[in-house]
Write a protein that binds this ligand. Sequence first.
Ligand SMILES: *Cc1c(COP(=O)(O)O)cnc(C)c1O
Length: 454
Amino acid sequence: MNSLERHDLPLSKIPKRWYNVLPDLPRAPDDYLDPATREPVGQDFMERLLPKALIAQELSPERWIGIPEEVRAAYGLWRPTPLFRAHALERHLDTPAEIYFKYEGASPSGSHKLNSALAQAYYAKLEGIDRLVTDTGAGQWGSALSMACSLFGVKALVYMVRASFEGKPYRRDFMETFGQRVLPSPGPHTAYGRSLLEKTPGHPGSEATAVTEALETVRLNPGDRFSMGAFANHVLLHQTVVGLETREQLEDLGKQPDFLVASVGCGSNMGGFAFPFVGDKLAGADIGILAAEPAACPTLTSGEYRYDFADGSGLGPMARTYTLGHEFVPPPIHSGGLRYHGAAPLVGLARHEGILDSRAYAQKEVFEAGSLFARLHGLLPAPETAHAIRATMELAEECRRTRRRAVIVFCYSGHGLLDLGAYGSFNAGEMADAEPYECGLAAGDPALAGLGGR
Ligand SMILES: *Cc1c(COP(=O)(O)O)cnc(C)c1O
């Protein structure tokens, strides 16, 4: 690992262990199923897909899992991240609530995603894996993995949704600057990509096409492994550094959270931020956990809890969680990181068990919240993060009406400095609210009937 040594903040403030919420949940998550047999996935299936260390973490019964020293040293590039108090927003809203936020925008790739990318690159190196292959939508995950692989000396191949590949070149430039390979999806490099392009030249691609091409590539190259930016339990595990730090920072202030708020695309920043408080909540602490989603893709708010394909095509395992249906293609909103049909199974389970709640917001009110926040605090949030800010504002307004001095803490998942095109169209008054999601769930794939129901 090409690590830097940090001399200002003590490394001792960075957690030494990740927190695994599995043993503390009211019940275990349902098994992943092999899409071919509909039986629980076997070890062989998983080992062909992922580094062994991550498979072990995926279903570990251990509450605490040690963070390798190399990964902690890499976290030292920017961790611990600050916990800020948003006094100006409180004054603007004239609320008695106290608003805090955990600033993951300090990450050198711009978002929380680097927390897991570094761990995944480290284990790949340790296990002698040639290359990690992944998919990226708007580019945040691809950016994080490209940087992490560069630091640990592993190759990365990123399939990037063609619409972003062409429309958002800076993310691609970022990944290529770290020496990694970026291909548009669909593209001519896989059989699946070629078949799509034959039928529809200029196909814009989607998360689903990019995952399918990544999985096809991994299947054909024995030295490759697949890498996931969210969804899997091990990714949420790595992200718990966010919540563990927050918990300690609040304790140092003598504060207890009444509300924890995070945006949810798949659930990795939510899981990482809120899960370290779930034990307190289940032991009786009165903590509300709120997921903020886009109205155009409200997985937890309007989805169904059932088995579905994790990817769009049925190559990867099936999981039981909230889903809008694997064939649902969300409309093109500017929060690319939130356009995913399913929630991470652990976040889905937490929702199903009543541990967390969700609300959905339209695009324009979200950008209004994001630009207000920038003007008040000088920090320009990623559009995804702006959902959490919008939800926080709503809670703070409710506190004004009820005169409640609640402590609200939200996860500032990333900065918006590579999303200026979206702010540009908002500023020009050209932004529309995408069609809100209509609760017209495809009447359930008959192939999935009988798999644990809703
Ligand atoms: C990817 C991303 C999200 C959404 O993904 P989750 O897995 O739900 O956390 C939110 N914010 C930012 C800045 C992101 O890059």
